[in-house]
Design a protein around this ligand. Structure first.
Ligand SMILES: [Zn+2]
Length: 103
């Protein structure tokens, strides 16, 4: 027998929730995170599809609302900087190409 986490009454060891107060006894039995909600797959998906992975952040079951907003801001700012750097490199490549063709 073990004690209920809620009402402290004795319940069976294998009981998932208390028959008296209905509180869940074990944190292990809550549904596990899906693989696409893992931090590493969130990172990889951002590197692959950029801001299009934002729904993964917003549907994440464990992130708080402020964390989601923070992640969104970070992702949008990162995407903006990557875009600016990409444009600058394209411009420098284009100007170098023009220089070499007019020579
Ligand atoms: Zn209980």
């Amino acid at each position: 027998m073990k004690l209920c986490a809620g009402c402290k009454k004795e319940i069976a060891d294998e009981a998932n929730f208390c028959p008296t107060c209905g509180i869940f006894q074990d944190k292990d039995i809550k549904p596990k995170n899906k693989w696409y909600f893992k931090k590493t797959s969130l990172m990889v998906s951002f590197l692959c599809v950029g801001p299009f992975m934002l729904p993964l952040v917003w549907f994440h079951p464990e992130l708080s609302r402020t964390a989601k907003v923070l992640y969104t801001i970070v992702i949008v700012v990162l995407t903006y900087f990557i875009f600016v750097v990409f444009l600058k490199s394209m411009n420098s490549i284009l100007s170098a190409y023009k220089l070499s063709t007019y020579m």
